[in-house]
Design a protein around this ligand. Structure first.
Ligand SMILES: C[S@@+](CC[C@H](N)C(=O)[O-])C[C@H]1O[C@@H](n2cnc3c(N)ncnc32)[C@H](O)[C@@H]1O
Length: 214
């Protein structure tokens, strides 16, 4: 099966080849209950829903957690784009900022963008360190962890996720930006400390993704 990662004229954290690699990893595991921490503009969410629909028809769930504009703690690295929704493409700037006046990283915009999958999708607005404590997601069998990138946030997210899904043998936690030593250093530190404590073995994929199989 050829898996094409589409960007839908929006912004995404995964550029084309990374998107395809990511979808191939998801396809390898064929999860039924997917959790994404850090939804951003919903592009990866939409690609995941398209793929899971192809695999499971309507029998899948996607849960996405994002701040959607809420303030995060001061030590987070906030993507430059989120500041006034910057685009390098002037047409996109005109279209989204002046014609539609739509903030692509808002709950409303992502909900609308995923409306074809409304029966499968749950979107939650808030800080993952809080949401993951209260939300019931014990059936989740694949987590894409791509929200806050500070050591503290990632380490707390990993522990909260593990607490809920540690009984799901074969479940996957895939962490993005594991080895970006020039810009983001917290993810690697957090993943390394987490796997050491839990005696798990991460599989590092092209120095970018850390895949932890439970
Ligand atoms: C790198 S982007 C995610 C990219 C997305 N996964 C994709 O593939 O396009 C990070 C996202 O995480 C969100 N975020 C940052 N800190 C967060 C936190 N503590 N809780 C929930 N979401 C958070 C930001 O609002 C942003 O949308």
């Amino acid at each position: 099966m050829t898996i094409n990662y589409k960007t839908y004229w929006r912004k995404t954290g995964l550029k084309k080849n990374w998107g395809e690699l990511f979808l191939n990893i998801v396809n390898e595991h064929k999860p039924k209950n997917f959790l994404e921490v850090g939804v951003f503009c919903g592009v990866t969410a939409r690609n995941v829903c398209e793929l899971l629909k192809e695999i499971h028809k309507n029998e899948f769930k996607y849960i996405g957690v994002d701040l959607f504009g809420e303030k995060s703690s001061k030590d987070e690295i906030v993507p430059n784009y989120l500041n006034k929704q910057k685009f390098s493409n002037p047409l996109k700037n005109l279209f989204y900022n002046f014609i539609l006046r739509e903030n692509l990283n808002s709950y409303e915009s992502v909900k609308k963008f995923l409306k074809e999958f409304s029966g499968n999708v749950t979107l939650i607005k808030g800080n993952s360190n809080t949401i993951l404590k209260s939300f019931d997601f014990k059936d989740v069998d694949f987590v894409f962890l791509d929200g806050g990138h500070s050591f503290e946030t990632v380490f707390e997210d990993l522990n909260l996720i593990y607490k809920k899904i540690s009984n799901n043998k074969g479940a996957v936690i895939l962490c993005d930006d594991y080895d970006d030593s020039s810009y983001i250093t917290g993810v690697k530190k957090a993943v390394d400390r987490f796997v050491e404590g839990k005696k798990l073995k991460p599989h590092i994929i092209r120095s970018r993704f850390a895949k932890i199989v439970i």
